[in-house]
Design a protein around this ligand. Structure first.
Ligand code: URA
Length: 244
């Protein structure tokens, strides 16, 4: 294994982005063979050296892994929950590598989550400037009409005291007291779809994410199941954030 820059090793282990790793080094939280390193750019071979972050050994970098996961509702998007609620970790125990969710879906929301240990890609995808498109299918209360979708796509809807970025919205089906709407968002604020739909007069009853970064949730991927991303899918995600 060739020597690599220290911040790259930390990022490759999924602990932080490269920039985050540089910060850890600057803050004096990283040691090589027991010696704290605060200068950037040190070349380290993991064959002969031990790297620790906050005193914990950084294992040899694992191979990078990328999955799509069909999250069921009723599970928190985290690997451990202080309140003891079921988490998505329950579905990952058979994996030989540790992967982390890219962003999150609410407890009561189902659908596509990307999981990876590629810290650099995950950090970039989650950054607000990346404008990654996310498509949701929402069942809403009441009969949504064009004024509802116009409002969602207007950029004038205020949520959390700030205008929500315009969302592309189309009505898929509409009955007398419920409707199904598809929304494409490039913003990723907490509870964003629920807040936008409620602010536009039709609260969400059921929400599912059906696409992330141009990758659709496969119809044959059952709830609670994982599937590795293929090379093209990894390339698609990397391309969105300038890592190609
Ligand atoms: N919008 C929401 O309201 N909840 C989610 O989980 C994702 C988007």
């Amino acid at each position: 294994m060739k020597p690599q820059r220290l911040h790259k090793i930390i990022a490759a282990c999924g602990l932080a982005s490269r920039r985050g790793a540089e910060r850890l080094i600057k803050e004096g939280r990283v040691a090589v063979d027991g010696q704290i390193v605060t200068s950037q750019g040190l070349m380290v071979s993991l064959q002969s050296s031990t790297v620790t972050v906050d005193g914990q050994t950084v294992a040899s970098p694992q191979p990078l892994a990328y999955y799509m996961f069909h999250k069921p509702k009723g599970f928190v998007t985290t690997l451990s929950d202080p309140q003891g609620r079921p988490t998505i970790r329950d579905f990952l125990l058979h994996l030989s590598v540790r992967v982390f969710p890219v962003g999150r879906l609410d407890l009561d929301v189902s659908g596509l989550l990307i999981l990876t240990n590629d810290g650099e890609l995950a950090t970039r995808l989650m950054h607000p400037s990346s404008l990654v498109p996310k498509v949701y299918r929402a069942k809403v209360i009441g009969k949504p009409d064009k004024s509802f979708t116009d409002l969602l796509s207007s950029g004038n809807l205020i949520i959390g005291g700030k205008p929500a970025a315009p969302a592309k919205a189309t009505i898929v089906k509409s009955g007398p007291d419920k409707g199904y709407v598809e929304l494409t968002l490039t913003e990723g604020r907490r509870h964003q779809v629920k807040l936008m739909c409620a602010a536009a007069g039709h609260p969400v009853a059921i929400l599912k994410r059906i696409s992330y970064g141009g990758l659709p949730l496969p119809e044959d991927l059952p709830s609670g199941n994982l599937r590795p991303l293929d090379d093209d899918q990894i390339k698609t995600l990397k391309g969105l954030v300038g890592l190609d």
